[in-house]
Write a protein that binds this ligand. Structure first.
Ligand SMILES: *Cc1c(COP(=O)(O)O)cnc(C)c1O
Length: 377
């Protein structure tokens, strides 16, 4: 069997290895240390915000971001249905309830018109909307111009889930800089990785301080560790921050590599009937984290699952888009404004190997497997 090709595997080399070894030899192993401070400064500067708080995961950043916005049990958090479960899980951790809003079919991101309708109908209930939590799907920033204007009109704070979009921009501003706070993820499959980790980014020093405090077991600054709040153990270790700094230095190079992969898929599928590259019409400001195709079965004469099977036979990973949250058994029963756009994308979408670590030989294997499949169907 051929060596397995993954959708998005870590892109790690000598620079990263040297950084982690240097951090170990410095004696700053855990928990915090100078690489954490430097990583927070460097990423906040890159994104253009005043504060970064490095955390154990993007999910932890979502959880504490919601708490810092004062989201309480019984509140409603309006969020995207087309996302990874971590977004919704973090809402549930706070005791609040998710309210799912459907997607703009051309981007998969939260549809601003549906957000407005959702906030209008929730205003007529006794429920408090604690926050809006939009998601930058697959590395394309949300239409923040519209979303933030609506949030402002209804007086609801925004926590932006930029887990997938580090390096992307909207209207000249970096993903990770929008809303009261944003979060990014350094999970192993994201554009850059710390093996596992995340960061909360904000211009608001009170939010940053609150998140820092909650992430370190909510210790009051006295020697005997006085506690007046429930805390969490969510900080990033110094070794992982060293890895993150090396990855951040290569972020643009890695995104450029992903863009090459995106462009080669565009060329490959250009003349294939019934297939389009998802979100490609307007992708110049995206970080092109993952490349997905949308298949119109009636025109193409084949289903996404047929290509999944063909690629799997050659040990190449591919996967559907995120299954919408309102369709997940664990989240059934929560409210939302659903018009079918996400389900349509879910049924037609297929994500292909997109990582910056793919070498030329692996890219050629994927290409020839797809060409062979298209010749057969
Ligand atoms: C990856 C991801 C997360 C979670 O990040 P972790 O670092 O894996 O906890 C949250 N939201 C979205 C949309 C993601 O893709």
């Amino acid at each position: 069997m051929n060596e397995r090709i993954y959708m998005s595997s870590p892109d790690i080399g000598q620079l990263e290895e040297d950084a982690v070894v240097a951090a170990m030899r410095s004696g700053w192993i855990a928990p915090l240390g100078p690489d954490v401070d430097a990583f927070e400064r460097e990423l906040a500067t890159r994104v253009g915000v005043a504060h970064g708080v490095a955390l154990a995961s993007g999910t932890a950043a979502l959880h504490l971001g919601l708490l810092a916005l004062d989201v309480k049990p019984g509140d409603v958090v309006v969020t995207s249905t087309l996302t990874f479960a971590a977004t919704t899980n973090a809402i549930i951790y706070t005791g609040a309830e998710p309210y799912f809003v459907d997607a703009d079919p051309s981007t998969g991101n939260m549809d601003p018109d549906l957000l407005r309708a959702a906030l209008s109908s929730l205003r007529d209930t006794s429920r408090k909307v604690g926050a809006i939590l939009p998601v930058d799907l697959l590395g394309k920033a949300v239409d923040y111009t519209s979303i933030l204007a609506i949030a402002n009109e209804f007086g609801v704070p925004v926590l932006a889930d930029a887990a997938e979009s580090l390096g992307a921009t909207h209207d000249g501003k970096a993903a990770g800089s929008f809303g009261e706070a944003s979060i990014v993820s350094f999970n192993g499959n994201k554009v850059m990785t710390t093996s596992g980790g995340g960061m909360l980014l904000t211009d608001d020093i009170e939010i940053a301080q609150r998140v820092r405090y909650l992430a370190t077991q909510a210790r009051q600054p006295v020697v005997h560790y006085e506690h007046t709040d429930i805390g969490y153990n969510y900080r990033m270790s110094n070794l992982l921050a060293a890895l993150g700094r090396a990855q951040l230095a290569r972020l643009d190079e890695m995104i450029a590599r992903r863009r090459e992969v995106r462009e080669s898929y565009k060329a490959l599928f250009a003349d294939v009937p019934g297939v389009q590259i998802f979100g490609a019409a307007n992708d110049q400001n995206d970080n092109v984290w993952l490349t997905s195709i949308l298949v119109d079965e009636a025109t193409a004469g084949w289903k996404p699952q047929d290509l999944v099977s063909a690629l799997a036979a050659d040990n190449i990973e591919s996967r559907p888009l995120w299954k919408p949250m309102h369709r997940q058994p664990v989240f059934a029963g929560y409210g939302g404004l659903i018009n079918g756009a996400s389900e349509n994308l879910f049924s037609r979408g297929l994500t292909l190997p997109s990582g910056s670590a793919l070498n030329n030989e692996q890219r050629e294997r994927v290409r020839s497997a797809i060409v062979a499949f298209l010749d057969r169907v």
